[in-house]
Write a protein that binds this ligand. Sequence first.
Ligand SMILES: [Zn+2]
Length: 225
Amino acid sequence: MAEEKARLVDGFTTLKAAQRAVQHDRSSGKTSAEPSVSNKKNVPSVASHIGHTVMPTKHDVVCYECTYQFQFAGRVDQIHCPKCKVELDMKDYTIDGPWCESIRTGGNIHIQPSGILKDGALNATDIILEGKVEGGTLFASRWLEIGASVSIDEEFFKGRDLRVARGGHVIFKQKACYRNVELYGNLKANLKASGLVHIQAGGLFEGSLSAEHLAVGGGWPYSNA
Ligand SMILES: [Zn+2]
């Protein structure tokens, strides 16, 4: 197998093993692998958010009525889907307490650590989940981020892209299909990814992985074994 510390593997890659991204440590001179990501140190708090998917001037919007995808520049509270003409809510929502209503938005939803989803279907572009889920469902047309100390069954959430934040533990019992997957925390799964799987420094993947692109932040442990 390849001995060099390839961090980005293009092409159809299959990995059947536990893969841990080596934590980059500046103090030890052992880091022959320069970090491919800008992680400085292992911050044990809720760190990595959807910060680097900041909305560009033009961004993709998926209509939550008809699933038509279109581009849109700027920020508004409402927009009409060019296809089905439905007026779409584009607002962002923050849930910081008990919540039991459905939300459909082309914006984002952030369930903070104090937030408790009790009921309702949440449908948004990006969803950050840091709180409790006691009922209801979550669907993100782009990123779904699972935070630390979140406990949720896989049948209650779905996103096109999946991010496990630092400290997060996600286990899929069924085969999981996503586009892009980014791991700052742990994921145990039989995973098929049509896009990029990026195991960030400190992230852990366990299980069976089939990905179009694979990137491992901080080094490739097998070449040191
Ligand atoms: Zn539509």
